[in-house]
Design a protein around this ligand. Structure first.
Ligand SMILES: Nc1ncnc2c1ncn2[C@@H]1O[C@H](COP(=O)(O)OP(=O)(O)O)[C@@H](O)[C@H]1O
Ligand SMILES: Cc1cn([C@H]2C[C@H](O)[C@@H](COP(=O)(O)O)O2)c(=O)[nH]c1=O
Length: 216
């Protein structure tokens, strides 16, 4: 039975890498995939992983009918055996409904990859709809880790090195960015709640050791 599968996890846990591996293994057997992505860090129409692999993809722009796009392509003789969607958290809920229709009416497997929650721990609308509709939700086996060694479960946003909890839901960015930029860091829930990034924890750990300055 074809399935809508949602591979979810924090940022930097290997979702795009897995998407590229699925694509590689299937295309090596002569299957033809349709790859969609949205707002990848590498630029429009790209699916990229931090391991350095990148492939061309169709940009799933706002308002684009993903079901209609596939029907159009197949009716013109294009072969499509399966569908991969990266950065699926950025899809509109109706686009996720279209993906479910691709599974049910076109009989294609759809593999969607994305983060579930934003920097405020709120579900992205696209991810919420995927959780509601997916046949299967898979958590990636490679654990992203918080600085404390616990499994990272949440995404923090930093601005100028400070963790923030207000702002636009969508700001394309990366982990390990210079402090002056908007960046992201994956944390366990405990440290996300306490707004304790690795930099904040490091500063806290250093402060008790600072010697008092005594006037000469
Ligand atoms: N230099 C490296 N050597 C080995 N693995 C790496 C390296 N850099 C990144 N990775 C792996 O790549 C993962 C990030 O992969 P990526 O597919 O870009 O993540 P996601 O799409 O979930 O944000 C990291 O969790 C790590 O396992
Ligand atoms: C938490 C969070 C993330 N984003 C953006 C930042 C990145 O461009 C992507 C996630 O990409 P990855 O391949 O999973 O690392 O999402 C955002 O816009 N808003 C957020 O709250």
């Amino acid at each position: 039975m074809p399935e809508l599968v949602f591979f979810s996890g924090t940022m930097d846990c290997g979702k795009s890498t897995l998407a590229l591996q699925i694509e590689h293994n299937r295309s090596a057997r002569g299957l033809q995939g349709m790859i969609f992505t949205r707002d990848d860090r590498a630029g429009e129409g790209k699916l990229s992983s931090r391991l350095g692999l990148v492939t061309d993809a169709v940009e799933a722009a706002e308002g684009m009918d993903l079901y209609g796009y596939l029907v159009d392509r197949m009716s013109k003789g294009g072969k499509v055996d399966y569908v991969i969607v990266d950065e699926a958290q950025f899809l509109a809920p109706r686009q996720v409904d279209q993906l479910a229709r691709v599974v049910d009416d076109l009989g294609l497997d759809v593999f969607a990859f994305g983060i579930t929650t934003d920097f405020r721990t709120k579900l992205f609308p696209g991810s919420q709809r995927l959780i509601e509709l997916a046949d299967r939700i898979e958590t990636l086996q490679v654990e992203a880790m918080c600085w404390c060694g616990a499994r990272a479960t949440h995404n923090a946003r930093t601005v100028g090195g400070e963790m923030v909890v207000e702002g636009e839901q969508v700001v394309v960015g990366d982990v390990n960015r210079p402090a002056e930029e908007v960046g992201y860091e994956v944390l366990c829930r405990r440290h996300h709640r306490r707004r304790m990034t690795s930099a904040a924890a490091h500063a806290g750990a250093l402060s008790p050791d600072v010697l008092p300055v005594t006037p000469a």
